[in-house]
Design a protein around this ligand. Structure first.
Ligand code: 5RP
Length: 228
C-alpha cells in the first residue's frame, strides 16, 4: 500500500480523538502515521495521553511531543489505534509482524475501543495467510517449539514453526522474549487454536486478536472503507 493511503486511514482514526482521551498507540508503518498526525494535533493544543505499544513507538511519540503514561498510572484507555497483518470480516486480527504483539494485546485489552488502520490487502476471507507470531520465553525454547508445532499441526498448519531472526540473531521482543512464526495457510478454528496455544507452558501470547477490535478503517485506492 502506498504511504499516502496509510496516512489517509490514519487520518480517519485521528478524527476520532477527543480532548482528554487516554490512547493506546500502535506499532508499525501504518500506526506510525497515526502517531505523526496525532503529534500535529497535540502541537495545535490537543490534550491527550498515550500508552505506546513498543519502544519504537515510545521514541516516536516522545519526538512528536505526545504526553505519555503507563498502564500502571492509567489502567483504562479510551481508544487504541493500531495496524494489523491481516483481518477477516469478523474483525479477528493477526498481529505481531513487527514483534510487538504482547504489549499491543495488553494495551488493546485495556481499551474501551480498538480501531485498526490497514490497507485492503490485509483483508482475508480466512485467517492464516500471514504466519502467526507466537511470543515465547527463552527458557525451554526447544520444548515449547515442539509443543507449539503439535498444536499447529492439529489445527491445520501446512508449514513450519520458525524462530524469528533479525540480522542472523534470534529476534528479541521489547519484553525480552523470542517469537515463533507458524506458517498456516488457513487457520480453521482460530478461537480453539488460540486457547490451545496459551495452554502451553512457555507461550506468553499469540498474535490472534479475537473480540478486541470494533472498527477497521481500510484504505483502498477508491477511499476509506469502514468495517464494524
Ligand atoms: C506490529 C504489528 C503491526 O501492527 C503489523 O505488523 C502491521 O504493520 P504495518 O502497518 O507496518 O503493515 O502487529 O507488531
Amino acid at each position: 500500500m502506498s504511504d499516502s493511503l496509510k496516512r489517509e486511514a490514519a487520518a480517519r482514526a485521528v478524527a476520532l480523538v477527543e480532548p482528554g482521551m487516554r490512547l493506546g498507540l500502535g506499532t508499525g508503518s501504518t500506526a506510525r502515521h497515526f502517531v505523526a498526525l496525532l503529534g500535529e494535533r497535540v502541537r495545535q493544543g490537543l490534550d491527550v495521553v498515550g500508552v505506546p505499544t513498543s519502544e519504537a513507538t515510545r521514541r516516536q511519540a516522545e519526538d512528536e511531543g505526545i504526553r505519555l503514561t503507563t498502564l500502571e498510572e492509567t489502567p483504562q484507555l479510551d481508544l487504541t489505534v493500531d495496524g494489523a497483518d491481516e483481518f477477516d470480516d469478523r474483525l479477528r486480527l493477526v498481529k505481531g509482524g513487527g514483534g510487538a504483539l504482547l504489549r499491543e494485546k495488553i494495551v488493546a485489552a485495556s481499551s474501551t475501543r480498538m480501531v485498526v488502520i490497514a490497507d485492503s490487502s490485509k483483508r482475508v476471507e480466512r485467517l492464516g495467510r500471514f504466519p502467526l507470531p507466537v511470543e515465547v520465553v527463552r527458557f525451554g525454547l526447544a520444548s515449547t517449539r515442539t509443543a507449539v508445532a503439535d498444536v499447529a499441526s492439529r489445527f491445520g498448519a501446512q508449514g513450519s514453526v520458525t524462530l524469528r531472526h533479525a540480522e542472523e540473531e534470534p529476534f528479541v521482543t521489547d519484553e525480552g522474549h523470542f517469537i515463533l512464526d507458524i506458517a498456516f495457510g488457513v487457520i480453521a478454528e482460530p478461537e480453539a487454536m488460540a486457547a490451545a496455544l496459551v495452554a502451553i507452558p512457555g507461550v506468553v501470547e499469540h498474535g490472534l486478536f479475537i473480540g478486541l477490535c470494533q472498527t477497521a478503517f481500510l484504505a483502498t485506492p477508491d477511499g476509506i472503507l469502514t468495517l464494524t
